[in-house]
Design a protein around this ligand. Structure first.
Ligand SMILES: *Cc1c(COP(=O)(O)O)cnc(C)c1O
Length: 222
């Protein structure tokens, strides 16, 4: 079991271009298994619940070079804790949350790395900006100087086929380029957070820079 997690990590790492950052999604995974992944070379871990992450982070304090990535829906009453515990927040999905994070980041003296979550296709099950909404909000986001807005994050709707999934990822990359071409002073999109266990190869094909992989590394979550 333990060696198989290490083997899977080494194998998946070998399939990814070296420029792609592998974020091991460790939600529901106990701290001792996170240690195994760490020993296999993982330094980026993704969690989707602030509370659950806090417990594990306390147990793993000795692994001081881990970068923690928050990837779940963030409620604004958890925003402060998220900023205290995570260097990256991939799932900033609306302007009110961004504003709150900017304000809290100022108070806490931190400057979190941020991905803006976009919905390329309509999806009632997910939060995030539609493309026109995001483009309209950029002038305000550009004023949030305590946030390092560095990426776009997307999750394709469940159940679409490979061609449609690839198109979602390609459109996200093109959107990042469009935003980059607008030369904002405080928004510098260099990262794409796209690709989970079922679709990461398509995300790599589309030029993602970060994949968020859980099941394929750690097995099915119960
Ligand atoms: C759970 C989760 C993942 C990992 O999903 P797998 O299919 O297990 O790889 C990636 N991104 C987000 C936002 C998640 O919530």
């Amino acid at each position: 079991m333990n060696s198989s997690i290490s083997e899977r990590i080494v194998h998946i790492r070998s399939l990814l271009p070296s420029s792609v950052r592998l974020i091991a999604v460790s939600k529901t995974v106990p701290a001792e298994v996170i240690r195994i992944a760490y020993a296999a070379g993982i330094r980026d871990f993704g969690e989707s619940r602030v509370q659950e992450a806090a417990r594990k982070q306390a147990e793993l304090q000795d692994l001081s070079d881990i970068t923690w990535h928050f990837i779940g829906h963030l409620q604004s009453n958890k925003a402060k804790k998220a900023l205290e515990q995570f260097q990256w927040i991939h799932s900033v999905d609306n302007l009110q949350l961004a504003q709150r994070l900017n304000q809290l980041a100022h108070q806490l003296g931190v400057s979190p790395q941020i991905c803006l979550q976009v919905k390329i296709l309509p999806d009632l099950n997910k939060s995030g900006w539609s493309v026109p909404e995001l483009l309209a909000d950029l002038p305000v986001l550009n004023q949030y100087k305590n946030l390092q807005i560095q990426g776009l994050m997307t999750i394709p709707p469940l159940g679409i086929d490979e061609a449609a999934t690839l198109k979602v990822f390609n459109t996200t990359r093109e959107l990042a380029k469009t935003i980059g071409d607008q030369n904002w002073s405080h928004i510098d999109i260099q990262h794409l957070s796209m690709g989970m266990s079922g679709d990461y190869q398509l995300a790599v094909q589309a030029g993602t820079t970060m994949v968020r992989l859980g099941t394929i590394l750690f097995g099915e979550r119960s």
